[in-house]
Design a protein around this ligand. Structure first.
Ligand code: ADP
Ligand code: ASP
Ligand code: MG
Length: 470
Protein backbone atom coordinates (compact mmCIF):
# COMPACT_ATOMS: atom_id res chain seq x y z
CA UNK A 1 0.00 0.00 0.00
CA UNK A 2 1.22 3.49 -0.79
CA UNK A 3 1.03 5.51 2.39
CA UNK A 4 0.70 9.27 2.53
CA UNK A 5 0.91 9.84 6.30
CA UNK A 6 2.28 7.64 9.09
CA UNK A 7 2.81 8.24 12.78
CA UNK A 8 5.90 6.40 14.04
CA UNK A 9 6.50 5.83 17.71
CA UNK A 10 9.91 4.84 19.07
CA UNK A 11 10.11 3.26 22.54
CA UNK A 12 12.76 3.52 25.22
CA UNK A 13 15.01 0.79 23.84
CA UNK A 14 14.86 2.40 20.39
CA UNK A 15 16.03 5.65 21.99
CA UNK A 16 18.53 4.23 24.48
CA UNK A 17 21.71 5.73 23.02
CA UNK A 18 22.99 7.65 19.98
CA UNK A 19 23.33 4.50 17.93
CA UNK A 20 19.76 3.36 18.63
CA UNK A 21 18.41 6.85 17.94
CA UNK A 22 20.30 7.01 14.65
CA UNK A 23 18.88 3.64 13.65
CA UNK A 24 15.34 4.78 14.60
CA UNK A 25 15.78 7.96 12.57
CA UNK A 26 16.87 5.87 9.60
CA UNK A 27 13.63 3.87 9.84
CA UNK A 28 11.58 7.07 9.68
CA UNK A 29 13.81 8.46 6.93
CA UNK A 30 13.24 5.39 4.77
CA UNK A 31 9.52 6.17 4.55
CA UNK A 32 10.05 9.93 4.25
CA UNK A 33 12.33 9.40 1.25
CA UNK A 34 9.58 7.38 -0.37
CA UNK A 35 7.38 10.47 -0.16
CA UNK A 36 5.47 9.54 3.01
CA UNK A 37 4.86 12.29 5.56
CA UNK A 38 5.87 11.02 8.99
CA UNK A 39 5.21 12.31 12.50
CA UNK A 40 7.73 10.88 14.94
CA UNK A 41 6.75 10.36 18.60
CA UNK A 42 9.47 9.42 21.06
CA UNK A 43 9.82 7.89 24.51
CA UNK A 44 12.52 8.75 27.03
CA UNK A 45 15.84 6.92 26.70
CA UNK A 46 15.51 3.45 28.29
CA UNK A 47 15.54 3.60 32.08
CA UNK A 48 15.23 7.39 32.31
CA UNK A 49 11.58 7.45 33.42
CA UNK A 50 12.32 5.15 36.36
CA UNK A 51 15.42 7.19 37.18
CA UNK A 52 13.38 10.41 37.28
CA UNK A 53 10.77 8.79 39.54
CA UNK A 54 13.56 7.58 41.82
CA UNK A 55 15.30 10.92 42.08
CA UNK A 56 12.01 12.71 42.78
CA UNK A 57 11.42 10.28 45.67
CA UNK A 58 14.97 10.87 46.92
CA UNK A 59 14.37 14.65 46.96
CA UNK A 60 11.13 14.18 48.87
CA UNK A 61 12.97 12.07 51.47
CA UNK A 62 15.48 14.90 51.88
CA UNK A 63 18.28 13.12 50.04
CA UNK A 64 19.13 15.97 47.65
CA UNK A 65 22.70 14.67 47.14
CA UNK A 66 21.43 11.47 45.52
CA UNK A 67 18.89 13.41 43.46
CA UNK A 68 21.58 15.79 42.19
CA UNK A 69 23.95 12.93 41.36
CA UNK A 70 21.22 11.32 39.29
CA UNK A 71 20.47 14.59 37.50
CA UNK A 72 24.16 14.96 36.71
CA UNK A 73 24.24 11.42 35.32
CA UNK A 74 21.20 12.17 33.13
CA UNK A 75 22.85 15.32 31.89
CA UNK A 76 26.01 13.46 30.95
CA UNK A 77 24.03 10.76 29.15
CA UNK A 78 21.98 13.24 27.10
CA UNK A 79 24.96 15.45 26.27
CA UNK A 80 27.00 12.44 25.19
CA UNK A 81 24.21 11.33 22.86
CA UNK A 82 23.79 14.85 21.44
CA UNK A 83 27.50 15.09 20.78
CA UNK A 84 27.61 11.69 19.14
CA UNK A 85 24.70 12.76 16.95
CA UNK A 86 26.81 15.64 15.73
CA UNK A 87 25.60 18.60 17.81
CA UNK A 88 28.14 21.39 18.20
CA UNK A 89 28.76 22.39 21.87
CA UNK A 90 27.19 25.82 21.25
CA UNK A 91 24.28 24.57 19.14
CA UNK A 92 20.65 25.33 19.84
CA UNK A 93 19.85 21.75 20.81
CA UNK A 94 22.71 21.51 23.30
CA UNK A 95 21.67 24.84 24.81
CA UNK A 96 18.10 23.61 25.12
CA UNK A 97 19.12 20.35 26.80
CA UNK A 98 21.25 22.34 29.24
CA UNK A 99 18.33 24.63 30.07
CA UNK A 100 15.98 21.68 30.52
CA UNK A 101 18.36 20.06 32.99
CA UNK A 102 18.58 23.33 34.90
CA UNK A 103 14.78 23.52 35.09
CA UNK A 104 14.64 19.89 36.22
CA UNK A 105 17.20 20.63 38.93
CA UNK A 106 15.12 23.56 40.17
CA UNK A 107 11.89 21.53 40.19
CA UNK A 108 13.59 18.74 42.15
CA UNK A 109 15.06 21.28 44.57
CA UNK A 110 11.53 22.58 45.17
CA UNK A 111 10.41 19.07 46.08
CA UNK A 112 13.37 18.79 48.45
CA UNK A 113 12.60 22.12 50.18
CA UNK A 114 8.94 21.25 50.62
CA UNK A 115 9.53 17.54 51.28
CA UNK A 116 6.39 17.16 49.25
CA UNK A 117 5.93 15.33 45.96
CA UNK A 118 2.43 15.89 44.62
CA UNK A 119 1.12 14.05 41.55
CA UNK A 120 1.40 17.38 39.73
CA UNK A 121 5.09 17.89 40.56
CA UNK A 122 5.84 14.22 39.85
CA UNK A 123 4.39 14.64 36.34
CA UNK A 124 6.44 17.76 35.72
CA UNK A 125 9.61 15.87 36.73
CA UNK A 126 8.92 12.56 35.01
CA UNK A 127 8.02 14.16 31.65
CA UNK A 128 11.56 15.54 31.33
CA UNK A 129 12.69 12.16 29.96
CA UNK A 130 10.69 12.65 26.76
CA UNK A 131 11.56 16.36 26.62
CA UNK A 132 15.26 15.43 26.56
CA UNK A 133 14.92 12.72 23.94
CA UNK A 134 12.83 14.66 21.38
CA UNK A 135 15.66 17.09 20.47
CA UNK A 136 18.01 14.11 20.14
CA UNK A 137 15.71 12.51 17.57
CA UNK A 138 15.53 15.82 15.73
CA UNK A 139 19.34 15.87 15.53
CA UNK A 140 19.37 12.33 14.19
CA UNK A 141 16.78 13.16 11.52
CA UNK A 142 18.78 16.24 10.52
CA UNK A 143 21.78 13.93 10.34
CA UNK A 144 19.81 12.04 7.67
CA UNK A 145 19.52 15.27 5.70
CA UNK A 146 15.88 15.89 6.68
CA UNK A 147 14.15 18.94 8.06
CA UNK A 148 12.80 18.27 11.55
CA UNK A 149 11.33 20.21 14.46
CA UNK A 150 10.74 18.97 18.01
CA UNK A 151 7.79 19.79 20.26
CA UNK A 152 6.56 18.89 23.73
CA UNK A 153 3.23 17.04 23.94
CA UNK A 154 1.52 20.31 24.89
CA UNK A 155 3.12 22.23 22.03
CA UNK A 156 1.94 19.51 19.65
CA UNK A 157 -1.61 20.17 20.86
CA UNK A 158 -2.19 17.39 23.40
CA UNK A 159 -4.36 19.04 26.04
CA UNK A 160 -5.55 16.85 28.89
CA UNK A 161 -7.64 16.82 32.03
CA UNK A 162 -5.83 17.44 35.32
CA UNK A 163 -5.73 13.78 36.32
CA UNK A 164 -1.98 13.87 36.98
CA UNK A 165 -0.22 10.55 36.42
CA UNK A 166 -3.07 9.21 34.31
CA UNK A 167 -4.38 12.11 32.25
CA UNK A 168 -6.81 11.80 29.34
CA UNK A 169 -6.93 14.00 26.23
CA UNK A 170 -9.66 16.63 26.07
CA UNK A 171 -11.87 16.73 22.96
CA UNK A 172 -10.22 19.91 21.60
CA UNK A 173 -6.91 18.06 21.37
CA UNK A 174 -7.56 16.65 17.93
CA UNK A 175 -8.21 19.93 16.20
CA UNK A 176 -5.28 21.56 17.99
CA UNK A 177 -2.92 18.82 16.79
CA UNK A 178 -4.09 19.36 13.23
CA UNK A 179 -3.39 23.09 13.59
CA UNK A 180 0.01 22.66 15.19
CA UNK A 181 1.41 19.82 13.08
CA UNK A 182 -0.37 20.40 9.78
CA UNK A 183 1.74 23.43 8.86
CA UNK A 184 5.03 21.67 9.60
CA UNK A 185 4.05 18.65 7.52
CA UNK A 186 2.92 20.83 4.63
CA UNK A 187 6.30 22.59 4.71
CA UNK A 188 8.14 19.28 4.47
CA UNK A 189 9.29 19.37 8.10
CA UNK A 190 9.10 16.19 10.19
CA UNK A 191 7.57 16.91 13.61
CA UNK A 192 9.19 15.08 16.53
CA UNK A 193 6.80 14.99 19.47
CA UNK A 194 7.77 14.16 23.06
CA UNK A 195 5.50 11.24 23.96
CA UNK A 196 3.87 10.33 27.29
CA UNK A 197 3.07 13.96 28.14
CA UNK A 198 0.33 16.52 27.67
CA UNK A 199 -0.65 19.79 29.25
CA UNK A 200 -3.75 21.01 31.10
CA UNK A 201 -5.59 24.01 29.73
CA UNK A 202 -3.73 26.07 32.36
CA UNK A 203 -0.38 24.84 31.02
CA UNK A 204 0.55 22.34 33.77
CA UNK A 205 2.40 19.29 32.44
CA UNK A 206 0.56 15.98 32.74
CA UNK A 207 1.43 12.37 31.84
CA UNK A 208 -0.76 9.74 30.25
CA UNK A 209 0.24 6.80 32.48
CA UNK A 210 3.21 4.43 32.17
CA UNK A 211 3.82 3.35 28.61
CA UNK A 212 1.92 6.46 27.51
CA UNK A 213 3.97 7.21 24.40
CA UNK A 214 1.94 4.54 22.56
CA UNK A 215 -1.15 6.56 23.50
CA UNK A 216 0.42 9.88 22.37
CA UNK A 217 1.11 8.31 18.98
CA UNK A 218 -2.44 7.05 18.47
CA UNK A 219 -3.95 10.36 19.62
CA UNK A 220 -1.84 12.10 16.96
CA UNK A 221 -2.70 9.38 14.41
CA UNK A 222 -6.40 9.97 14.93
CA UNK A 223 -6.04 13.76 14.80
CA UNK A 224 -4.22 13.69 11.48
CA UNK A 225 -6.18 10.82 9.95
CA UNK A 226 -2.94 8.86 9.47
CA UNK A 227 -2.98 5.80 7.25
CA UNK A 228 -1.44 3.77 10.06
CA UNK A 229 0.36 4.20 13.38
CA UNK A 230 3.58 2.21 13.68
CA UNK A 231 4.92 1.42 17.14
CA UNK A 232 8.55 0.33 16.73
CA UNK A 233 9.67 -1.95 19.55
CA UNK A 234 12.43 -4.25 20.72
CA UNK A 235 10.18 -7.28 20.10
CA UNK A 236 8.84 -8.74 16.82
CA UNK A 237 5.34 -7.52 17.63
CA UNK A 238 2.66 -8.45 20.11
CA UNK A 239 3.50 -11.99 21.13
CA UNK A 240 1.55 -14.92 22.51
CA UNK A 241 3.12 -14.21 25.94
CA UNK A 242 5.81 -12.02 27.44
CA UNK A 243 8.95 -13.42 25.76
CA UNK A 244 10.90 -12.87 28.97
CA UNK A 245 8.63 -15.37 30.71
CA UNK A 246 7.87 -17.77 27.85
CA UNK A 247 10.92 -18.22 25.63
CA UNK A 248 9.01 -19.88 22.80
CA UNK A 249 6.30 -17.19 22.60
CA UNK A 250 5.53 -16.30 19.01
CA UNK A 251 4.44 -13.22 17.15
CA UNK A 252 0.71 -12.72 16.53
CA UNK A 253 0.04 -11.51 12.99
CA UNK A 254 -3.37 -9.89 13.52
CA UNK A 255 -5.22 -8.77 16.62
CA UNK A 256 -8.41 -6.80 17.01
CA UNK A 257 -8.53 -3.54 18.98
CA UNK A 258 -10.59 -5.36 21.62
CA UNK A 259 -8.08 -8.19 21.97
CA UNK A 260 -5.17 -5.80 22.35
CA UNK A 261 -7.01 -3.81 24.98
CA UNK A 262 -7.69 -6.94 27.02
CA UNK A 263 -4.05 -8.00 26.70
CA UNK A 264 -2.73 -4.62 27.77
CA UNK A 265 -5.24 -4.36 30.59
CA UNK A 266 -4.19 -7.76 31.90
CA UNK A 267 -0.56 -6.81 32.10
CA UNK A 268 1.06 -7.26 28.66
CA UNK A 269 3.41 -4.30 28.93
CA UNK A 270 3.87 -4.13 25.15
CA UNK A 271 1.16 -1.46 24.65
CA UNK A 272 -0.59 1.13 26.81
CA UNK A 273 -4.11 -0.16 27.67
CA UNK A 274 -5.78 2.85 26.05
CA UNK A 275 -3.48 3.05 23.05
CA UNK A 276 -6.00 1.74 20.55
CA UNK A 277 -8.98 3.74 21.83
CA UNK A 278 -8.38 6.81 19.62
CA UNK A 279 -8.15 4.55 16.56
CA UNK A 280 -11.36 2.63 17.08
CA UNK A 281 -13.78 5.14 15.59
CA UNK A 282 -11.78 5.83 12.48
CA UNK A 283 -10.53 2.25 12.06
CA UNK A 284 -6.90 3.38 11.64
CA UNK A 285 -4.68 0.30 11.99
CA UNK A 286 -1.83 0.11 14.51
CA UNK A 287 1.23 -1.91 13.59
CA UNK A 288 3.70 -3.12 16.19
CA UNK A 289 7.03 -3.56 14.46
CA UNK A 290 10.51 -4.75 15.28
CA UNK A 291 13.20 -2.08 14.90
CA UNK A 292 15.76 -4.87 14.60
CA UNK A 293 13.88 -6.47 11.69
CA UNK A 294 12.03 -3.67 9.88
CA UNK A 295 10.82 -5.81 6.99
CA UNK A 296 9.09 -8.30 9.29
CA UNK A 297 5.39 -7.42 9.26
CA UNK A 298 5.03 -7.54 13.07
CA UNK A 299 1.49 -7.35 14.46
CA UNK A 300 -1.37 -5.60 12.72
CA UNK A 301 -4.02 -4.31 15.13
CA UNK A 302 -7.34 -3.52 13.46
CA UNK A 303 -11.09 -3.60 14.00
CA UNK A 304 -11.77 -7.19 12.93
CA UNK A 305 -10.38 -10.22 14.74
CA UNK A 306 -8.79 -13.05 12.78
CA UNK A 307 -9.87 -16.30 14.31
CA UNK A 308 -8.10 -19.48 13.41
CA UNK A 309 -10.05 -22.69 13.82
CA UNK A 310 -8.65 -24.77 16.65
CA UNK A 311 -6.88 -21.77 18.21
CA UNK A 312 -9.49 -19.94 20.28
CA UNK A 313 -6.84 -18.38 22.53
CA UNK A 314 -4.22 -16.04 21.08
CA UNK A 315 -2.21 -15.01 24.11
CA UNK A 316 -1.59 -15.50 27.82
CA UNK A 317 -0.71 -12.60 30.05
CA UNK A 318 -0.47 -11.78 33.74
CA UNK A 319 -0.63 -8.91 36.20
CA UNK A 320 1.79 -9.28 39.11
CA UNK A 321 1.65 -7.73 42.57
CA UNK A 322 -2.08 -8.11 43.12
CA UNK A 323 -4.03 -8.38 46.39
CA UNK A 324 -7.40 -9.97 46.99
CA UNK A 325 -9.62 -8.05 49.37
CA UNK A 326 -12.04 -10.46 51.04
CA UNK A 327 -15.21 -9.01 52.52
CA UNK A 328 -17.15 -11.45 54.68
CA UNK A 329 -19.65 -11.38 57.49
CA UNK A 330 -23.30 -11.71 58.31
CA UNK A 331 -23.73 -8.09 57.26
CA UNK A 332 -23.17 -8.96 53.60
CA UNK A 333 -25.61 -11.87 53.65
CA UNK A 334 -28.59 -11.10 51.48
CA UNK A 335 -28.19 -7.32 51.71
CA UNK A 336 -27.66 -5.90 48.21
CA UNK A 337 -27.14 -2.38 49.61
CA UNK A 338 -23.96 -3.51 51.32
CA UNK A 339 -22.56 -4.80 48.06
CA UNK A 340 -23.59 -1.58 46.32
CA UNK A 341 -21.83 0.50 48.95
CA UNK A 342 -18.64 -1.52 48.48
CA UNK A 343 -18.52 -0.61 44.81
CA UNK A 344 -19.45 2.98 45.47
CA UNK A 345 -16.59 3.36 47.96
CA UNK A 346 -14.17 1.92 45.42
CA UNK A 347 -15.44 4.05 42.56
CA UNK A 348 -15.11 7.16 44.66
CA UNK A 349 -11.43 6.38 45.28
CA UNK A 350 -10.85 5.75 41.58
CA UNK A 351 -9.42 2.29 42.29
CA UNK A 352 -9.22 -0.15 39.37
CA UNK A 353 -10.89 -3.46 40.11
CA UNK A 354 -9.11 -6.27 38.29
CA UNK A 355 -11.58 -9.00 39.24
CA UNK A 356 -14.72 -9.31 41.32
CA UNK A 357 -16.38 -12.41 42.64
CA UNK A 358 -19.36 -12.83 44.85
CA UNK A 359 -20.78 -15.97 46.35
CA UNK A 360 -24.41 -16.49 45.41
CA UNK A 361 -25.52 -16.32 49.05
CA UNK A 362 -23.92 -12.87 49.08
CA UNK A 363 -22.05 -13.76 52.27
CA UNK A 364 -18.70 -13.11 50.65
CA UNK A 365 -17.33 -10.66 48.11
CA UNK A 366 -13.74 -10.87 46.83
CA UNK A 367 -12.10 -8.03 44.97
CA UNK A 368 -8.74 -8.18 43.22
CA UNK A 369 -6.79 -4.90 43.11
CA UNK A 370 -3.17 -3.92 42.49
CA UNK A 371 -1.30 -4.36 45.78
CA UNK A 372 -0.27 -0.71 45.46
CA UNK A 373 -3.97 0.17 45.80
CA UNK A 374 -4.71 -2.30 48.63
CA UNK A 375 -4.21 0.04 51.58
CA UNK A 376 -6.40 2.67 49.96
CA UNK A 377 -9.07 0.06 49.20
CA UNK A 378 -9.10 -1.28 52.78
CA UNK A 379 -9.30 2.22 54.13
CA UNK A 380 -12.14 3.22 51.80
CA UNK A 381 -14.14 0.10 52.62
CA UNK A 382 -13.63 0.41 56.36
CA UNK A 383 -14.60 4.07 56.32
CA UNK A 384 -17.58 3.93 54.01
CA UNK A 385 -19.21 0.55 54.39
CA UNK A 386 -21.43 0.07 57.38
CA UNK A 387 -22.44 -3.19 59.03
CA UNK A 388 -20.58 -6.01 60.74
CA UNK A 389 -18.01 -6.87 58.15
CA UNK A 390 -14.70 -8.57 58.16
CA UNK A 391 -12.39 -7.00 55.57
CA UNK A 392 -9.01 -8.59 54.94
CA UNK A 393 -6.19 -8.34 52.43
CA UNK A 394 -4.55 -11.38 50.90
CA UNK A 395 -1.33 -10.14 49.24
CA UNK A 396 1.05 -12.04 46.98
CA UNK A 397 -1.47 -12.72 44.22
CA UNK A 398 -1.28 -12.51 40.40
CA UNK A 399 -4.02 -12.46 37.79
CA UNK A 400 -3.43 -14.61 34.73
CA UNK A 401 -5.62 -14.08 31.66
CA UNK A 402 -6.11 -15.87 28.38
CA UNK A 403 -7.24 -13.63 25.53
CA UNK A 404 -8.75 -14.31 22.09
CA UNK A 405 -11.92 -13.40 20.21
CA UNK A 406 -12.11 -17.02 19.05
CA UNK A 407 -13.20 -18.03 22.57
CA UNK A 408 -16.63 -16.55 21.98
CA UNK A 409 -19.20 -19.32 21.99
CA UNK A 410 -16.52 -22.02 22.14
CA UNK A 411 -17.01 -24.80 24.64
CA UNK A 412 -14.19 -26.38 26.58
CA UNK A 413 -11.82 -23.40 26.73
CA UNK A 414 -12.23 -22.93 30.48
CA UNK A 415 -11.86 -26.67 31.04
CA UNK A 416 -8.57 -26.64 29.12
CA UNK A 417 -7.34 -23.68 31.18
CA UNK A 418 -8.24 -25.27 34.51
CA UNK A 419 -6.85 -28.62 33.39
CA UNK A 420 -3.50 -27.04 32.48
CA UNK A 421 -3.33 -25.22 35.81
CA UNK A 422 -4.24 -28.36 37.77
CA UNK A 423 -1.62 -30.39 35.92
CA UNK A 424 0.97 -27.73 36.80
CA UNK A 425 -0.14 -27.97 40.44
CA UNK A 426 -1.36 -24.37 40.51
CA UNK A 427 -4.11 -23.43 42.91
CA UNK A 428 -6.85 -21.08 41.63
CA UNK A 429 -8.05 -18.38 44.03
CA UNK A 430 -10.66 -16.59 41.89
CA UNK A 431 -12.17 -16.98 38.42
CA UNK A 432 -13.83 -14.54 36.07
CA UNK A 433 -14.94 -14.37 32.47
CA UNK A 434 -15.83 -11.09 30.80
CA UNK A 435 -19.24 -11.02 29.14
CA UNK A 436 -17.48 -10.09 25.89
CA UNK A 437 -15.92 -13.57 26.11
CA UNK A 438 -12.62 -12.07 24.96
CA UNK A 439 -10.88 -13.31 28.09
CA UNK A 440 -10.97 -15.62 31.05
CA UNK A 441 -8.95 -14.55 34.05
CA UNK A 442 -7.89 -16.41 37.17
CA UNK A 443 -6.21 -15.23 40.34
CA UNK A 444 -3.42 -17.40 41.66
CA UNK A 445 -0.38 -17.16 43.92
CA UNK A 446 2.15 -14.73 42.52
CA UNK A 447 4.99 -17.19 43.18
CA UNK A 448 3.37 -19.65 40.74
CA UNK A 449 2.49 -17.27 37.93
CA UNK A 450 5.47 -17.85 35.61
CA UNK A 451 5.08 -21.62 35.81
CA UNK A 452 1.34 -21.22 35.26
CA UNK A 453 1.87 -18.95 32.24
CA UNK A 454 4.19 -21.46 30.56
CA UNK A 455 1.80 -24.33 31.26
CA UNK A 456 -1.24 -22.49 29.87
CA UNK A 457 0.74 -21.24 26.85
CA UNK A 458 1.68 -24.82 26.03
CA UNK A 459 -1.81 -26.19 26.68
CA UNK A 460 -3.32 -23.85 24.07
CA UNK A 461 -0.67 -24.74 21.51
CA UNK A 462 0.72 -21.20 21.35
CA UNK A 463 4.44 -22.00 21.24
CA UNK A 464 6.69 -21.96 18.20
CA UNK A 465 7.14 -25.73 18.27
CA UNK A 466 3.37 -26.20 18.44
CA UNK A 467 2.98 -23.85 15.46
CA UNK A 468 5.54 -25.76 13.45
CA UNK A 469 3.69 -29.02 14.17
CA UNK A 470 0.33 -27.59 12.99
P1 ADP B 1 8.55 0.41 24.40
O1 ADP B 1 9.45 1.28 25.20
O2 ADP B 1 9.00 0.21 23.00
O3 ADP B 1 7.12 0.81 24.51
P2 ADP B 1 8.06 -1.63 26.34
O4 ADP B 1 9.21 -2.11 27.18
O5 ADP B 1 7.08 -0.71 26.94
O6 ADP B 1 8.69 -1.03 25.02
O7 ADP B 1 7.27 -2.88 25.73
C1 ADP B 1 7.95 -3.92 25.12
C2 ADP B 1 8.19 -5.04 26.12
O8 ADP B 1 6.94 -5.61 26.51
C3 ADP B 1 8.96 -6.21 25.56
O9 ADP B 1 10.34 -6.03 25.71
C4 ADP B 1 8.43 -7.41 26.34
O10 ADP B 1 9.32 -7.84 27.34
C5 ADP B 1 7.18 -6.90 27.03
N1 ADP B 1 6.02 -7.73 26.77
C6 ADP B 1 5.15 -8.19 27.72
N2 ADP B 1 4.19 -8.93 27.17
C7 ADP B 1 4.40 -8.94 25.83
C8 ADP B 1 3.73 -9.53 24.73
N3 ADP B 1 2.63 -10.26 24.87
N4 ADP B 1 4.24 -9.33 23.50
C9 ADP B 1 5.36 -8.59 23.32
N5 ADP B 1 6.03 -8.02 24.33
C10 ADP B 1 5.58 -8.19 25.57
N1 ASP C 1 8.78 6.77 29.22
C1 ASP C 1 7.44 6.46 29.67
C2 ASP C 1 7.46 5.19 30.51
O1 ASP C 1 8.50 4.62 30.72
C3 ASP C 1 6.45 6.38 28.55
C4 ASP C 1 6.73 5.30 27.52
O2 ASP C 1 7.83 4.76 27.46
O3 ASP C 1 5.81 5.01 26.74
O4 ASP C 1 6.45 4.80 31.01
MG1 MG D 1 6.02 0.95 26.34
Amino acid sequence: MAYSLLVMKFGGTNMQDAQAIRHSASLAARSIREGVKVVVVVSAMAGVTNQLLGLADAAQRGDIATANDEIAALRTRHFAAAQELGAAPDSEVVREIRELHETLRQAVYGVYLLRELTPRSRDLIVAFGERFSAPLMRLALEGQGLLAHHLTGGQAGITTDAHFGNARPLPGTYERIRDRLGGLLAAGVTPVVAGFMGETEEGAITTLGRGGTDFSATIIGKALGADEVWAWKDVDGVMSADPRVVPDARNIEVLSYGEVMELAYFGAKVLHPLAVTPLQESGIPLRVKSAADPDFPGTLVQEAAHNEAGHPVKAVTAIRRVSIINVTGAGVLGVPEVVASLFEAIARENITLLMVSQSSSMSNVSLAVQSADAARTLDALRRRVTGELNIEEQPGVAVLAIVGAGMRGQKGVAARLFGALAAADVNILMISQGSSELNISVALEDAQVERATRAVHAAFGLGQTAAAAD
